[in-house]
Design a protein around this ligand. Sequence first.
Ligand code: NAX
Length: 328
Amino acid sequence: MKRPIRVAVTGAAGQIGYSLLFRIASGEMLGKDQPVILQLVEVPVEKAQQALKGVMMELEDCAFPLLVGMEAFDNPRAGFKDVDIALLVGARPRGPGMERKDLLQENAKIFTEQGKALNDVASRDVKVLVVGNPANTNAYIAMKSAPDLPAKNFTAMLRLDHNRALSQLAAKANVAVADIENLIVWGNHSPTMYPDYRFATVKGESLQAKINDAAWNKDTFIPKVGKRGAAIIEARGLSSAASAANAAIDHIRDWVLGSNGKWVTMGIPSDGSYGIPEGIMYGVPVICENGEYKRVEGLEVDAFSRERMDFTLAELLEERDGIQHLLP
Ligand code: NAX
């Protein structure tokens, strides 16, 4: 039997957690021959811990052969011990009357604590995915709070945006999702993101040439992908959960097992390329191989794209400036 992989999930009793845990335990994230141990972290509140117990009872009742261990925790320092993968899903949602600034500050506290805990007790190779919003800035905070871990171990989730864009493009061009390659979503996981299909291909042919509709790109496609989260809330009365969990599975599966040469979008610490200052958690195209991601380099940035990429960057810089003074 392979060595079990330890996976921590925060916010494990929440809605994304409920869609995520069963798929991890069934082998969809790390492979059908890979045993896992789940380290589930929730807030130290009776109701949340109780709900988590219920989820764990259901996980037991699935009798997943690959689930070889599972434990509940009420703090990250215990919950992140020796973890190989950390899915940071739990975050402080925006409450009534709460300003954006307050939201950033509340989350800064959570992700500083979690970053420090990872720094002190997680595997040195831990792969961290931040899902909880504001995901990019929370990932930045966790990364900055973990100076002993490589910065490249920290990532933010833009895969849901990537998948949303793929589906919209497939429908518009009347092609199969699986045939679309080389799509990108630049920037922040927020409505400012820039889904970019200038390089996308379908069976080797240019998708842009096939669609050939600049007005649709600017006025329909980009805003639709950006506002998809709000449209789901409007329709469902709840935010995206199953699709978010699916994107988290896609993100980690590709990172660990490889993306088979395909471009996928990950929020990763920038290296100064593409005019993005170093160290910002910014969505870029990557290819994953042998457990590492590699940024796709040397793509041309035209004037329209520059404007979009700078727009989403400006928001990230503003978020960073709002929490910089709280960092260790
Ligand atoms: P829920 O409110 O259903 O669940 C969140 C859970 O996290 C709760 O059970 C809560 O007790 C727990 N929690 C809060 N703070 C915690 C902490 N410090 N440690 C451990 N657990 C903690 O939210 P859900 O729908 O599951 O969404 C979770 C997060 O994902 C939210 O921040 C949401 O905004 C974000 N999303 C991010 C997406 C992305 O693409 N990056 C898309 C989906 C989603 O909106």
